[in-house]
Design a protein around this ligand. Structure first.
Ligand code: SAH
Ligand code: SF4
Ligand code: F3S
Length: 493
């Protein structure tokens, strides 16, 4: 694809704005898995004596993409820096989920303009989900022409080539693929610490009416089980203590395989047998959460008792307008099944308030559902219209002040529930993985329970990376406090 001239403002030949009709037609072409990725030898010294910095916005999927880009850059000889002034390459790995996510990136671009003027050789790139939006690319080309390159979520593996092109081109290098059916294996990844992310699938075909992700991340496609299992085994060998399996909708894993019948439950059952201490996953869509998965999760072992199960709304009518494809009753039934099989499962969720036309009654339905489920924690958002999505065209008569008030009421309710669920742990002995020092006090260790609750206690740094038992002595809304105990004689949570 040719580079575009900065002054040429028409990028429409590369982009289509999000279109539900067009996107739903996709999926006809089969998924290609590429195993032959390699960075040409002559490019492996390209970054010698140069530094890179990547700013990451958005979800864990993006964080993990950043690890891949770090892996690519370091294979090219680049070194990491946190200092903008030292950096030869700065990449903004962006998120498009809500307007405020995009605002942050445009704000940062504003700051970087001055730096770019001082350091003309700095290569400034924008990648991630925002790059997949035509309107964003047009805006960058018009208002931020000092950006050197833009690439999307489907061609991260092209970073070495695009960088080279950007160095030698006076024009903005734009390469955003609408081809979205491929999986590229064997990309280098720079992982740090004791926890590792593992993609099990890419994209999303759910098309919730408010959401931009199916457009920015392309169609739903699963990595082959043998590739996922090999990666997990390798991470276990390297000494990682916890893996987080990633997908926008992990419960749909395997539905796209034409040659084998292999579900997310099957994958979890196979991963359960690998010697890695802790396994988590995100995100579960209630619609595809089947009995097989519940049965496997109930085996516990290295499968943690935490399920993030976004509900979005407690009103069946709103869920219908959101195209979530389940009702309040179906969701509650699923929660009932999970609780029956795993009584101590920690349940967390995502909720949107102020969806177009949401009535007071419908919001009350959300509040009542939240209380009925008794979530341990929730991420709560005010609906943000995303251009091109069906909900953006729906009439919205709910004033912003009402939306804010609803969010506040929901958050107050959620805080009470979080506190209550933490209170229940007081006096209990819990299994924790020590993750590091506490952010505010290096004398204190920060650990997580199997249910993913944060717990602080004192101990030597050598405990970092170890599994141990802690007695909960204090409970707050967001955090537990405790002290180490020897192997418990009573039941562990
Ligand atoms: N794939 C995940 C969610 C990814 S986005 C899932 O389906 O559960 C994370 C959360 O952002 C969503 O669960 C939703 O609550 C929120 N979200 C997505 N689009 C939004 C929008 N347009 N406005 C406000 N919140 C949104
Ligand atoms: Fe967005 Fe819905 Fe897909 Fe989640 S399942 S990424 S909310 S479209
Ligand atoms: Fe944001 Fe893209 Fe993740 S829009 S939430 S970074 S998939």
């Amino acid at each position: 694809m040719p580079a575009k001239n900065k002054s040429d403002k028409d990028f429409s030949i590369y982009f289509q704005p999000p279109s539900l009709t067009d996107a739903k037609k996709r999926g006809k072409e089969s998924i290609e898995v590429h195993y032959d990725f390699a960075i040409p030898e002559e490019m492996q010294t390209f970054g010698k004596d140069k530094y890179y910095l990547i700013r990451t916005y958005g979800c864990q999927m993006n964080e993990h993409d950043t690890e891949t880009m770090k892996g690519l850059l370091e294979t090219m000889g680049y070194q990491p820096t946190e200092d903008k002034r030292l950096a030869d390459v700065i990449l903004l790995n962006t998120c498009a989920i809500r307007e405020n996510a995009e605002d942050k990136v445009f704000g940062e671009l504003g700051h970087l303009k001055a730096l770019k003027a001082e350091k003309p050789n700095l290569v400034l790139g924008v990648c991630g989900c925002m790059s997949q939006e035509e309107a964003v690319v047009n805006r960058i080309s018009q208002k931020h022409p000092f950006v050197d390159m833009i690439f999307g979520t489907h061609n991260i593996h092209r970073l070495p080539h695009l960088l080279k092109e950007a160095y030698f081109s006076k024009e903005m290098v734009v390469e955003v693929w609408s081809k979205e059916g491929d999986i590229v294996e064997n990309l280098p990844k720079k992982r740090e610490g004791i926890k590792a992310w593992v993609n099990i699938m890419y994209g999303c075909d759910k098309f919730c009416t408010y959401c931009i992700v199916p457009y920015t991340r392309g169609k739903e496609r699963s990595r082959r089980p043998e590739d996922v299992l090999a990666e997990v085994r390798d991470l276990a060998r390297q000494g990682f203590k916890e893996i987080m399996l990633l997908g926008q909708n992990v419960n749909a894993y395997g539905k796209d395989f034409e040659d084998i019948s292999y579900s997310f439950g099957d994958l979890m059952d196979d991963i359960r047998k690998i010697d890695i201490p802790r396994v988590r996953f995100t995100t579960s869509h209630p619609r595809d959460f089947d009995d097989r998965l519940i049965e496997v999760l109930a085996k516990r072992g290295n499968l943690m008792e935490h399920i993030h199960l976004p509900v979005q709304s407690g009103s069946t009518e709103v869920l219908k307008k959101m195209s979530r494809k389940y009702s309040r009753e179906h969701y509650l039934e699923l929660v009932g099944k999970i609780r029956q099989a795993i009584p101590d499962a920690v349940l967390t969720t995502d909720i949107i308030v102020g969806f177009p036309g949401e009535t007071d009654e419908q919001f009350e339905d959300t509040l009542s559902l939240v209380k009925q489920v008794g979530y341990d924690m929730a991420f709560t958002f005010i609906y943000s219209p995303r251009e091109g999505t069906p909900a953006a065209a729906m009439e919205d008569n709910v004033p912003e002040s009402v939306k804010k008030e609803r969010l506040q009421r929901l958050n107050d309710t959620m805080n009470d529930l979080s506190k209550a669920s933490n209170d229940k742990l007081k006096g209990q002995i819990v299994e924790v993985l020590v993750e590091g020092e506490s952010k505010n006090n290096p004398e204190v260790l920060a650990a997580r329970t199997r249910g993913n609750k944060l717990i602080h206690f004192t101990g030597p740094k050598e405990w970092i990376g170890q599994l141990m038992y802690v007695k909960v002595t204090e409970s707050q809304t967001w955090i537990l406090k405790g002290e180490r105990v020897e192997e418990p004689v009573q039941k562990v949570i």
